[in-house]
Design a protein. Structure first.
Length: 300
């Protein structure tokens, strides 16, 4: 439970750091820093575990295309889109929109994976879209010029996450599929290669400050590298369904961060819209949290 709450807090705070750093560095430079530093951090973790004999190699010759695809659609593209949106949208709105990723994942699974679209899923999609409309319609920052394009970019980012997840699920069925940590590590290097040309073409528009450097390091190491480590550990401990709890909790932390550190207003529409979005996501994904318990012992 503690790891779930920590992961939710990390995911929610990422919108805050994006909101701080994106207007100064620009989306390409910020995201190149984010994925490159995260890749280095995960390389250090892999080296440490390899010394203990617990880490598997990346097998780049066999899987480099796979890492590029995951890096592009699970990191590079969605990170760039959210960083672009962070120029306009509030941190709270960004965090809530990001929380719709499981909803679009279920939709992609129905279209791509042939999963059946039930009445509950259809109703959940309508509820989720209604919650987004409520948030956008009453959010003051969402009325600014370019806000509509920023909202579309954030929704496109969540759709990219869903496509990447469906792709990984299809590849993981193969016998020689990379391990989960290898996917996380290799995809960061793939994302860094994809974003690098854009970072060179579009350098940072403003000079950095110590505060911006701190936001970038927090975003790269904590919100990307450490988040991956906790996420995959949770998958092993409690399963995918219960790990999804972090997605439902993250908007709470995103809204709190925006209110505490950026003085973003929290109105009735923020609370109501967030609750409706999460309800729609729960309906679409059939979310029923079940924590695996350890078997009983004689002492129990």
């Amino acid at each position: 439970m503690l790891r779930l709450v920590v992961l939710a807090a990390i995911l929610g705070s990422s919108s805050l750091f994006m909101r701080i750093a994106a207007p100064v560095l620009g989306a390409p430079v910020l995201i190149e820093y984010r994925v490159a530093i995260a890749a280095l951090f995960l390389a250090l973790v892999a080296w440490t575990y390899r010394l203990r004999g617990a880490a598997r190699p990346l097998a780049l010759r066999r899987h480099w295309k796979h890492y590029l695809i995951i890096g592009a659609f699970n990191s590079a593209l969605p990170f760039l889109l959210v960083a672009f949106a962070a120029h306009t949208l509030s941190a709270s709105l960004l965090s809530v929109l990001n929380a719709t990723a499981p909803m679009w994942g279920a939709l992609v699974g129905a279209v791509w994976g042939g999963q059946k679209v039930t009445k509950e899923i259809g109703f959940g999609l309508l509820v989720g879209v209604g919650g987004v409309a409520l948030l956008v319609g009453f959010d003051s920052m969402a009325q600014e010029p370019g806000a509509g394009l920023a909202v579309a970019a954030t929704v496109a980012a969540t759709l990219s996450y869903a496509l990447a997840t469906q792709y990984v699920n299809s590849v993981q069925e193969k016998e020689d599929a990379p391990a989960p940590f290898a996917n996380a590590h290799g995809s960061m290097w793939g994302a860094a290669l994809v974003v690098l040309p854009l970072a060179i073409l579009f350098p940072a528009p403003q000079e950095t400050t110590p505060g911006i450097v701190g936001a970038v390091l927090a975003l790269a190491i904590v919100c990307t590298g450490v988040a991956y480590l906790i996420y995959f550990r949770l998958l092993d401990d409690v399963g995918a369904t219960s790990t999804l709890t972090a997605t439902f909790l993250s908007p709470v932390f995103g809204i709190l961060c925006g209110a505490l550190f950026l003085d973003e207003p929290v109105g009735w529409h923020t609370v109501a819209g967030s609750a409706i979005v999460l309800l729609g996501t729960a309906l679409v994904t059939g979310f029923r949290p079940r924590i695996k318990r350890a078997p009983a012992t004689a002492a129990d």
